[in-house]
Design a protein around this ligand. Sequence first.
Ligand code: ADP
Ligand code: MG
Length: 326
Amino acid sequence: MFGQEIGIDLGTATVLIYVKGKGIVLREPSVVAIEKSTKKVVYVGNLAEKMIGRTPSNIETIRPLKDGVISNYEATAKMLKFLLRKVCGKTIFKPRVMVCIPSTISEVEDRAVREAAYEAGAKFVELIEEPRAAAMGAGIDIKKPMGSMIVDVGGGTTDVAVISFGSIVKAKSIKVAGDKFDEAIIKYIRKTYNILIGEPTAEEVKIKIGCLVPFDTAIEMDIKGRNLDTGLPMVVVVNSDDIYHALKEPISEIIDAIHIMLSDTPPELVGDISENGIVLTGGGALIYGFAELISDKIGIPVVVAKDPIECVVKGTGIAMQNREIS
Ligand code: ADP
Ligand code: MG
């Protein structure tokens, strides 16, 4: 076969691309900058993300995926085309592509992903359910007759799934993940310090000092925002305890979802899960204390997978490899 074999994790926050034989070759934010009058894509990924909140009036930045599915078809297809070209170069051979999709996706959404991938230049498209890919990428041998639970905390959604014998037994998706954490931080800082901060600042705060279990010694950070009384710029010092309080509400919704999933899972599988532990994947899993908090609340071991943002796309690599073996 002349075309490359490519795995794509088309996330709400991040797109990752895996090339068979090479590994992960691309990781960029799922953002495109579009010229309003011509609808032409001017920037994609890292460059487009830098423009958020700073665009000139003739350009808009959009995130073409929302809650794990395509919300702007044209922009998604253009983004994919740009990224595939970046990866494949100027070859005339079209790639064979495996794209990850949420397990709770509708038929229409499923078709949209396939069509966007064909439009972006794929010769052949197959889809793989994200929780299966995430589990494989986290190092779980999913074919075993052993239940495992994957909790993938992404940008728009948290997906909780139970897998056994290589298939998804149960899956649930809630719209509480990284973006909701950012919103909760914006809300808390507005209420506590009377200043308004933007989403990129909230995300930076979350990544730098966010915690779900308080640090032994609180960490501080200066943040810039707009004073809501004067309308003028202002700097305040926030600390990790602030963020701990800010994140309490969204995180409790994730814990509830895990709880409900466990109480709905057959007892044998719950036994396996409590023995092997719940595995956390996705960028949201990187917040300090995530595993410890869930383990505390649910009473079973929890681990964060190695390189959690990369698990899903690594799983596509393993699935492509296994396709050849089986
Ligand atoms: P998706 O699969 O939806 O594209 P990702 O798995 O890439 O999402 O996760 C993106 C989310 O992870 C974003 O909300 C981002 O802010 C968050 N994130 C990334 N790195 C970290 C970190 N070190 N600490 C906390 N959150 C992080
Ligand atoms: Mg994801």
